[in-house]
Ligand binder design. Structure first.
Ligand SMILES: Cc1cc2nc3c(=O)[nH]c(=O)nc-3n(C[C@H](O)[C@H](O)[C@H](O)COP(=O)(O)OP(=O)(O)OC[C@H]3O[C@@H](n4cnc5c(N)ncnc54)[C@H](O)[C@@H]3O)c2cc1C
Length: 418
């Protein structure tokens, strides 16, 4: 089948690879000059099935109100709320009930765990390298009261069978020796040894090269303007004023996916949640993290990627505003400086922002639409890198008429349609 993939982020490229492996004739189109240059460019690097959890959780609205008044808040909501964000927030709040949370968490965990298995096979099959490390995630708690409150998280980890270790300060330092230089108080930590780390951009570039070798065509610097439907099928895609046709079209345009498909009457509950990262060259390896550390106080992840430290986090609701406010950079600098003061100079860091394509239930949208040849693989929000290989494998199975490893109805757009 001739498949056209719209978008060459980590989701579009993994989709192209898996579809090509199943024998399809695949073309990928993107407005950027290469793969992975938008949200997949500088994320926090965590492949974290252990922490796969929806943000919509019981009690989160109250927590969010408290965070918003703090210095270095992990959540920023711009006062000019428009209709799209208000609608998305209403749906998000509907997903905060215990029942919805349990369903959404199970879906995210299932997909993340499957994705980790797919990534492991892909790594050995394609032999690609991406500054990968398999040393787990350590969530550190600065305040004793926060550390004392981890009981609920521990219960959930036990219930879903994710291995974990509860560590005191000395044990945290044994795991991450550079924490011995930290100026911040540390009450303790929660370690998930099964998590991994890696550079999503390096992975996406390397996999795109493998896909190209399999015969996938990549068209870059090309703006996708419109898709045109006739009856129940997509007839053509308008790219830079010209027409491109295919048997099957897959939308993998991250946060921009809803803007494209709304013109043919499809409503995707995907909203851009802006996040920031700072990538700092390591000057002293003994002062840098070994793996990924989650700074619970600021909800910031600090990751070792080869000879760099990546600090990433925060959630800002501001539409597609691309600005890079100094205050957000200061939050990232503050977190890394107080935990890893000797690793590198944050002032030399490269500051970046991306838009997480976020659904209100935290789970991506994979599979069919009411157009018989239009498919979606989008809405991966906070964990697109973690879930990429599994999502692409499920999509490729659906398009090829094979039974996916997971129940595809759990990830379908239909769950959002009343
Ligand atoms: C600060 C931050 C930290 C994160 N940390 C992690 C993490 O630690 N672990 C994790 O698993 N996930 C993390 N994520 C989430 C993850 O990065 C995303 O879920 C993932 O990158 C989404 O990939 P995507 O391919 O859907 O989107 P994108 O990478 O944005 O790809 C979409 C592509 O579509 C193209 N496109 C859009 N519109 C058009 C158009 N009109 N014409 C042509 N092309 C178009 C874009 O150019 C782009 O290449 C983080 C995100 C952020 C912002």
């Amino acid at each position: 089948v001739k498949v056209l993939i719209l978008g060459s982020g980590v989701i579009g490229v993994t989709s192209a690879y898996y579809l090509s492996k199943l024998g399809h004739d695949v073309t990928v189109i993107d407005r950027q000059p290469g793969p992975g240059l938008e949200t997949s460019f500088a994320n926090a690097g965590e492949i974290s099935p252990g922490y796969a959890s929806p943000w919509a959780a019981p009690g989160v609205a109250f927590k969010a109100l408290k965070w918003m008044w703090r210095d270095h808040s992990p959540l920023i909501i711009q006062p000019r709320i428009d209709f799209a964000v208000a609608l998305w927030l209403a749906r998000f709040l509907r997903n905060c009930s215990k029942d919805r949370y349990d369903i959404n968490k199970r879906r995210m965990l299932g997909l993340s765990a499957y994705s980790q298995t797919c990534l492991a096979s892909l790594r050995s099959e394609a032999g690609i390298r991406y500054d990968e490390r398999m040393l787990g995630t350590l969530q550190v708690f600065r305040r004793q009261s926060d550390f004392d409150g981890i009981g609920k998280d521990v219960e959930i980890l036990k219930a879903v069978g994710v291995p974990f270790e509860v560590l005191n300060r000395a044990e945290c330092v044994r795991c991450e020796p550079a924490l011995g230089f930290a100026s911040a108080e540390l009450a303790g930590g929660l370690r998930l040894p099964g998590d991994e780390t890696g550079d999503c951009l390096k992975f996406t570039i390397a996999l795109a090269a493998q896909a190209k070798a399999l015969g996938v065509k990549f068209i870059y610097n090309a703006n996708i303007e419109r898709i045109c439907a006739a009856g129940d099928a997509i007839e053509r895609v308008i790219v830079d004023g010209g027409e491109v046709c295919a048997d099957t079209v897959v939308v993998c345009m991250g946060s921009y996916s809803p803007l494209l498909v709304q013109k043919i009457g499809l409503k995707l509950p995907v909203y851009p949640i802006k996040g920031y990262s700072l990538t700092i060259p390591i000057e002293n390896a003994q002062g840098a993290p070994e793996s990924t550390l989650m700074d619970d106080a600021y909800k910031v992840a600090i990751t070792r990627l080869g000879d760099r430290i990546r600090v990433g986090g925060m959630a800002e609701l501001c539409g597609f505003d691309r600005s890079l406010p100094l205050a957000r950079r200061r939050t990232l600098e503050h977190s890394v400086q107080s935990l890893f003061p000797r690793g590198g100079d944050p002032r030399k860091g490269e500051f970046w922002a991306g838009f997480r394509p976020m659904t209100p239930d935290g789970t991506p949208i994979i599979g069919e639409t009411r157009f018989r040849n239009l498919y979606l693989n989008t809405g991966h929000g906070t964990l697109g890198w973690t879930m990429a290989c599994g999502s692409a494998s499920i999509l490729a199975d659906i398009i090829s008429g094979r039974k996916p490893a997971l129940d595809a109805s759990e990830y379908a757009l239909a769950r959002h349609v009343r």
